[in-house]
Design a protein around this ligand. Sequence first.
Ligand code: GDP
Ligand code: ADP
Length: 190
Amino acid sequence: MRRGNLFVVSGPSGAGKGTLVARLVREVPDAWVSVSVTTRAPRVGEVDGVHYRFATDEEFDRLVEEDGLLEWATYGGNRYGTPRADVEEHIARGDQVILEIDVQGGFQVREKMPSAHLVFVEPPSLEVLEKRLRGRGTETEEAIATRMEAARVELSRKMEYDVRLVNDDLEEAVRALTGYVDEQAEETRG
Ligand SMILES: Nc1nc2c(ncn2[C@@H]2O[C@H](COP(=O)(O)OP(=O)(O)O)[C@@H](O)[C@H]2O)c(=O)[nH]1
Ligand SMILES: Nc1ncnc2c1ncn2[C@@H]1O[C@H](COP(=O)(O)OP(=O)(O)O)[C@@H](O)[C@H]1O
């Protein structure tokens, strides 16, 4: 039976993961993006169940206890996790499953599912990263500082990922990501 593939997309906050993954799902028909659970507060325009499943600390605790998460991590003082059942179901269905998660989560996925493909999205520079984060207009100055600090740690682990792509020119980065997913998927698509 046809089985899908699992892809992890990580990289510093503001590198453009969300933008790239949104383009990927438009261009690769069997791509499916997991919706994470988070204890972070919704941003303006974020819809529960679409961008994230927003949860209380107690709800998140319960998911961890029930072993309902494939991986989870704390980022910027909030917890984020990948619901396990949906991911397993979509892989079984033959989809190209995409997890947009931080590097701590990326390495947990590699441990549990060694066949996962790990993609690291890099910004052209730290200066550009900070500009993008500020330009997005979603974070306070304090949150930007926390994210820039996390970015340095995340970037220090990029060589442990299977592939790296620099998101400078958006169209070029979209082509690189869709090309990689298609290439890995080809064998299992049948
Ligand atoms: N480990 C893990 N990280 C996640 C998950 N969902 C999102 N993240 C990561 O958490 C970090 C913060 O996400 P978010 O608050 O949405 O900020 P943004 O990435 O700047 O839009 C990013 O690095 C996300 O990739 C998840 O389910 N698990
Ligand atoms: N190649 C690019 N060139 C310029 N701006 C970009 C590019 N890719 C993304 N952006 C912008 O940078 C900001 C951060 O992108 P986003 O996808 O939210 O990053 P992430 O999901 O990694 O936190 C957004 O405002 C987005 O529109």
